[in-house]
Design a protein around this ligand. Structure first.
Ligand SMILES: Nc1nc2c([nH]c(=O)n2[C@H]2C[C@H](O)[C@@H](COP(=O)(O)OP(=O)(O)OP(=O)(O)O)O2)c(=O)[nH]1
Length: 147
């Protein structure tokens, strides 16, 4: 558990994607009415498995329909929730390597591809900033070592 989290805080269960293109770039989204970028994904509905929830959210938010076999699990991670000071997100994270075009829809106002080695000054949700970006850098390093 992250050092920032508080055992008593309300927990929001989400499933979220670390989406990577073959050039290493990773996708972040910004939802309508918010100012920070985060992972595509969303809350897990009652009775849903995390991966089912993620596939549903990616279809709604980005108009992509990967098969479940295309996702690789990256484990469960906890971080302070964006926009909700009293809550933490408990996220099942999955890696999706995808080169197809994404079409932001539903509650997504903006998508950006972060490219390796390029700095963009944007605000990020704590889960993205503290957990997903370091994971992404680790995966980039592993990919480079395999080549
Ligand atoms: N999707 C997503 N949500 C995140 C991230 N980090 C983070 O703190 N959150 C928070 C923001 C929200 O409080 C919550 C996700 O709620 P949401 O409203 O976007 O989920 P949803 O699409 O299922 O929405 P709804 O069913 O409530 O309409 O998790 C992240 O990286 N991705």
């Amino acid at each position: 558990m992250s050092e920032h989290t508080n055992q008593a805080a309300r927990r929001i269960r989400i499933a979220a994607a670390l989406i990577m293109r073959s050039d290493g770039a990773t996708l972040l989204v910004r939802k309508k009415g918010t100012d920070c970028f985060m992972q595509a994904g969303g809350k897990i509905d009652a009775g849903e498995q995390p991966l089912q929830a993620l596939a549903r959210e990616l279809c709604e938010e980005l108009s992509i329909q990967p098969t479940l076999a295309e996702f690789q699990t990256l484990g469960r991670h906890t971080a302070p929730a964006a926009h909700e000071p009293e809550a933490v997100v408990c996220a099942d994270l999955f890696l999706l390597r995808a080169d197809q075009a994404v079409a932001p829809a539903s509650e997504i106002e903006e998508c950006i591809w972060l490219e390796p080695g390029k700095h963009i000054a944007i605000a990020m949700a704590p889960l993205t900033q503290d957990i997903v970006i370091p994971l992404w850098r680790h995966i980039l390093k592993q990919d480079a070592e395999k080549q």
